[in-house]
Design a protein around this ligand. Structure first.
Ligand SMILES: [Zn+2]
Length: 261
């Protein structure tokens, strides 16, 4: 049996496993990155709400302070009102009292509004913060799982790449060149075995005489239909250990035919 053909067939098996593994990893790294960005955006949102609450609280304290000042003035005017000597003084102080009164109402209103705003934004911040804690726990869980999956596939990838290197050096240069060219053109499958008289890549029938020749394992053919390298069923069996299904329907059909021989 041609060793290079045998190793070429083995190489295909490894490459197919690698392809499958890379496909299974799929968008995991991107998903982790997306989740991280989403968390960062939520944390920014929380910081914005908290900053608004702090501003509202500052405003409220400011109105509170102004209100205290004007109330003190008001009390002062009230006291002065008893000491006035002239009507003119009385009018002036009355005007001050009314003005202070007006400002007390104004500042009280402002303060009440600021308090409502502060209470609202503080409540909102607390609610958002609690919600975020839940989301963060979920995110950290998912991130850990995704990272574990990525780590696992990286270990498996390293193993397969090592295996590929070991096998690839045993494939002759012409076989390798042909394989790599076809593999790119044919969806990752460059070499297939004969399966029950058909091409394992496209199920096209292979002439019986050629099937017998390939069975000796010292040469390959190129499928007329799909263009893939086809090796004998003995080569495939030596690597696979057992006959591999072409596909459910073809396998059943061909086996039924084969048993009549
Ligand atoms: Zn074919």
């Amino acid at each position: 049996m041609n060793e290079s053909l045998l190793r070429l067939y083995e190489l295909q098996k490894i490459d197919s496993e690698l392809d499958e593994l890379l496909a299974s990893r799929g968008g995991l790294p991107e998903r982790v990155a997306e989740m991280r960005a989403d968390m960062a955006a939520r944390e920014d949102e929380l910081a914005t709400i908290r900053a608004r609450a702090a501003r509202n609280e500052h405003d409220m304290r400011e109105f509170e302070r102004e209100l205290a000042v004007v109330k003190e003035k008001f009390e002062g005017y009230k006291a002065q009102q008893f000491d006035v000597k002239t009507t003119r003084e009385y009018d002036a102080i009355t005007f001050q009292i009314e003005d202070a009164n007006r400002r007390i109402r104004e500042f009280s209103d402002n303060m009440a509004r600021a308090r409502v705003e502060f209470e609202n934004s503080r409540g909102e911040a607390e609610e958002y913060s609690a919600e975020l804690e839940g989301i963060r726990a979920e995110f950290e869980d998912s991130e850990r799982t995704l990272n574990e999956l990525i780590t696992e596939t990286i270990d498996e990838e390293t193993r397969l790449r090592g295996e590929r290197e070991r096998v690839a050096v045993q494939v002759s240069a012409p076989h390798m060149a042909l394989y790599e060219r076809i593999r790119i053109a044919k969806d990752g499958i460059g070499v297939v075995g004969v399966r029950n008289g058909v091409c394992g890549g496209c199920f096209n029938a292979i002439p019986r005489q050629l099937v017998m020749e390939l069975r000796r394992g010292d040469k390959h053919t190129v499928c007329e239909a799909c263009g893939r390298i086809v090796v004998g069923d003995t080569v495939a069996l030596a690597i696979d250990g057992e006959p591999q299904a072409v596909s459910q329907s073809v396998e059943v059909e061909e086996e039924a035919e084969g048993s009549q021989e």
